[in-house]
Design a protein around this ligand. Structure first.
Ligand code: SF4
Length: 358
């Protein structure tokens, strides 16, 4: 009997030992996998972040800056309510430094430069931008040199002096109704924005500069029918943008504008485009297309990365070189091509009326 009890005790003890061993090994295994997971997670966390940063950097690394927009001034004489490059400072690079940067960009593969602002014709009454235009065409021999302006300060003497070096002049016009222009912030007191537009159109024809129009579609002009006026002006290209919010510029605490009231939906934008479908030179740019598809240089020649909905600057190309700075630009080359960023941009290649006459 004792023997039986003893044997039973032994087998129970062995079973308990086995169970304990099993539990311990399970516990050990789980501890093992937990520690693996923990070390893996700790190892991967910074790596993952750096991988993501790296991916953002790599997307633009090695990109050739074929087409660059240089916003050399933030100052402007207009106060458009949706402006997304506002007058946050009055800095402008000295002419010599600006030329040095432009030469570096040419060296890196730039073919097209667009001068923008602010209002480019405010600085030295247009002479500053005139000298840059002349330098880019005459010295750098860039295939395409263009300016985006609100058009209010351009005089005929500017065309006489610098017109031959300019391929394209793009003038902003959001409405053919002067009252709407005033509502938007493009009002100019006694000056009439639309009359001025026709004058500029004529000078472009007279001095063989391609004439382009830019319009931002917003709450105040979204219902407008611009067909007749656009046909009469006959631009080589009509860029139609959907009003866009940029944190720190036209929305948010440190912004100089509150553009929320100007916003329109994607459907409203589509309706506007549909109303103007007969205009063959219309190039639409929805918010989606606009983001990340422009190489933008600010007044310090820093690339502005808009991928996070605000403009985050790289270091200046003048300090770190084009290749280094461009890798922080957030530029998406595929998006640039998708929005038709590459087009016939040399005036000699365009079928300008003035050329046809010759
Ligand atoms: S004209 Fe252009 S730069 Fe000037 S306030 Fe209007 S949108 Fe801004």
């Amino acid at each position: 009997m004792h023997l039986l009890v003893h044997l039973r005790c032994l087998s129970l003890f062995a079973a308990a030992q086995k169970m304990l061993r099993g539990t311990l090994s399970l516990l050990w295994q789980s501890l093992g996998s937990f520690s693996c997971w923990l070390s893996g997670a700790l190892f991967l966390l910074p790596r993952r972040r750096s991988f993501q940063d790296g991916r953002a950097r790599d997307a633009a690394a090695g990109v050739v800056p074929v087409s660059v927009n240089y916003h050399f001034t933030r100052q402007c004489n207009y106060k458009c309510g949706f402006c997304f490059h506002t007058a946050k400072n009055s800095f402008v690079l000295p002419l010599r430094e600006a030329k040095r940067g432009l030469a570096m960009l040419k060296e890196a593969g730039m073919e097209k430069i667009n001068f923008s602002g602010g209002e480019p014709f405010l600085q030295e009454r247009g002479d500053f931008v005139g000298k840059l235009v002349q330098f880019c065409k005459q010295e750098l021999k860039l295939p395409s040199v263009s300016i985006v302006s609100n058009g209010s300060m351009i005089k005929e003497r500017w065309f006489k002096r610098y017109g031959e070096y300019l391929d394209i002049l793009a003038v902003s016009c959001d409405s053919f109704d002067e009252e709407v222009n005033v509502l938007i912030g493009r009002g100019q007191g006694k000056k009439n924005h639309i009359e001025n537009l026709h004058k500029l159109r004529k000078w472009c024809r007279d001095y063989a500069v391609a004439f382009k129009l830019n319009s931002v579609i917003n709450r105040f002009n979204v219902e407008e029918d611009m067909n007749e006026q656009i046909k009469a002006l006959n631009p080589v290209r009509w860029k139609v943008f959907q009003c866009l919010l940029i944190e720190g510029e036209n929305t948010g605490e440190d912004a100089l504008r509150e553009a929320e009231k100007f916003l329109i939906s994607d459907e409203e934008f589509e309706h506007f485009l549909d109303r103007h479908r007969e205009i063959s030179c219309l190039v639409p740019e929805s918010n989606q297309k606009m983001r990340d598809s422009y190489l933008i240089l600010d007044e310090y020649m820093r690339f502005l990365n808009c991928t996070n909905g605000r403009k985050e600057p790289s270091k200046s190309i003048l300090d770190v070189g084009v290749e280094n700075a461009i890798s922080f630009s957030g530029f998406d080359e595929k998006m640039f091509l998708k929005r038709g960023g590459k087009y016939v941009w040399t005036k000699a290649d365009m079928a300008l009326e003035c050329y046809k006459k010759v």
